[in-house]
Design a protein around this ligand. Sequence first.
Ligand code: NAD
Ligand code: MG
Length: 358
Amino acid sequence: MKQVRVETPGGNYSIQIAPGRLDRLAEAVPADATTLVLVTNPTVAALYAERAERALSATGKRVLRIELPDGEQYKDWQTLNLIFDGMLAQHCDRKAVIVALGGGVIGDIAGFAAAVYMRGIRFIQVPTTLLSQVDSSVGGKTAVNHPIGKNMLGAFYQPISVEIDTDVLNTLPAREVSAGLAEVIKYGAILDAEFFAWCEAHAQDLRALDPQALAHAIARSCELKAFVVSQDERETGLRAILNFGHTFAHAIEAGLGFGAWLHGEAVGCGMVQAAELSALAAGLVQADAERIRALTLAIGCPVYAPDLGTERWFDLMQGDKKTEAGQLRFILLPKLGEAVRTPADAALVRQALDRTVA
Ligand code: NAD
Ligand code: MG
């Protein structure tokens, strides 16, 4: 088993990473917990809820299950309320512990429920998608969407532990695997050139879900994310580098309509675009921009962006709120493994778009 420690002002905890971890969830349950509330969705429940419940029941505590409908469109206030309805009807007290079993949607919504139920109760993340294992379950951002915008209502609220079972990825659709790998290579690109090179050497093992390659990629990703959020839990500075590729990605997602591409697919393509812009505006050597393109392709993500029209591209990127005084700001790479947040000249952005739009 691999373990990664996360230390933030909002709480310290560890991430456990092992095949079969789902059967050992009891180890993560605090002794004084009263009720364990498994929050999941029907897709994940059909595959894993019984195993999770059996493991949690080994503690001798009461176990409840709350199933929310599956999908980003249900990550909203109304669905959040289903958790409160269920817990209040079952008289859950302040020592109830929420166990979030699912992808990032379940983790974000269940985490937010934990942040506000009776002013805050403990919760455990059991992420079951690659994206949630390397990204959303770590760092304490919890939220639901509002019709006006994604993740507009939420809280910084850290879990008491993150329990990662690498075996559950075997049932994940291949597209979701590729989308999760985009966030994995992102950590290499912004923070760790050696890890980036390791990903290049193991791209096919990762896509094939080789257990050892996966365990290393997940653990290193969690370490790098933990390193960032430990220094900047609330994104007042450094944490913004985790948004590498995300300004372009946001424009793709919004421009095509959310859901047309998976978030990770858009991030993959967005990193290729941000790498081109880095070569134009931040000193990244062109050969390293090419490596980012090649690895994005190798993990199964798109590398050509949709043709939205240049003006619309700019509008959509501005909508991402990363502008200051009218100038677009980007996370760019002066070199592989190093990221800076910097304004970029519109003419260079245009050139990067020309090079990357299909
Ligand atoms: P998701 O939660 O929608 O899961 C994708 C699909 O896979 C769903 O249909 C789900 O039911 C299914 N699924 C989950 N585990 C499975 C398994 N083991 N086998 C088969 N199917 C499985 O999507 P996601 O990509 O995990 O998460 C996206 C969400 O995460 C977004 O809402 C995003 O805003 C959020 N997010 C949050 C953070 C953060 O820091 N909190 C970071 C990144 C993303
Ligand atoms: Mg992302």
